[in-house]
Design a protein around this ligand. Sequence first.
Ligand SMILES: *Cc1c(COP(=O)(O)O)cnc(C)c1O
Length: 369
Amino acid sequence: MHTPLAADFDAAIKQVLLRGDFILGQDVREFEAAFAEASGATYGIGVACGTDAIALGLQACGVGAGDEVIVPANTFIATVIGVIHTGATPVFVDCDRQTALIDLDAAEAAITPRTKAIVPVHLYGQLVPPLRLIDLAERHHLIIFEDAAQAHLAERDGYVAGSIGKAAAYSFYPAKNLGAFGNGGMVVTRDATVADHVRTLRNYGAPKKYLHTEPGTNSRLDTIQAAILNAKLPHLPEWNRDRNACAAQYDRLLAPLAEYGITPIRNDSGVGHIYHLYVLHLSDRAPITREALGHALGDRHISTGIHYPIPCHRQPGYLHLGYSEGAFPNAEALCHEILSLPMFPGLGSDRVEAVCSAIHEIVTTATKA
Ligand SMILES: *Cc1c(COP(=O)(O)O)cnc(C)c1O
């Protein structure tokens, strides 16, 4: 997907070199405005990575020491790191076994008088149901801070990722649906006060030069990365549609495997799902384990992934939070039952077909054995 844009990237980088505005330059301002608008927000504040976007965004929303923040147990660990960096305590909850998204009933049950915010993770590219989320937050006076790192412009029920909560975090890590040539991230929000606060926090706690009103940090989106992202952004909708079409083909070709207990993670949002990942779920009825299927595909030079093999509450660095094995049955079971299939724009229907026939062959052989 990068080759046809090579000339655009060269030109974009050359402009930055000519201007020499490497820190918070023109491309950063342009990309902040363009991406905020695309995600249904008003302000975009570019930061060094998605993890910082979560940490600084939550802090700007008023989350800090003494607060509890609800997060799903099955997410990439950066969600949890962002919460911990504010000084708040992450409170894990289980997910739905079919969609792998945070279970909002479980979230409601985890609310205490100290709960300040909920961080819904739009996992794999599908939004957590916006209307139910907003209803929950309103009834309990919680801040919604979206982790949209896997959901660049995903949609559901008329909402786009980043437009549901008080603010949202995006990542432009190279493998995301919109990726830089290095690290990058952004907080998007419709709240001018939150936006100003993130701008201060990312820049040494300085609302203006050499005036430091709080410690803050140094976490800025590089101008060169913003230039790359500006060149890529117009193509994002077409790349997302391409992923969605590949997913629809996977769904169709893999549908017969349902009788073996092998199904994709459920899509409840149609074409609004932007399929950062296409994840297969092998139930305990499946004639083959997730490991065996992954290895057999690897032998055929088809690479797969596991997102993620250990739930956050059972990671060695987080055991002190006090969650035991068995605390979150769905998140713990899914860790052993999921396999991510090849998914990227330009994958193409021939390759999807080849992956599916390989899976059929492997599963059929396992069934006979
Ligand atoms: C990638 C990712 C992040 C963190 O982004 P970085 O830019 O790598 O810091 C946060 N949350 C989720 C769900 C992610 O997938």
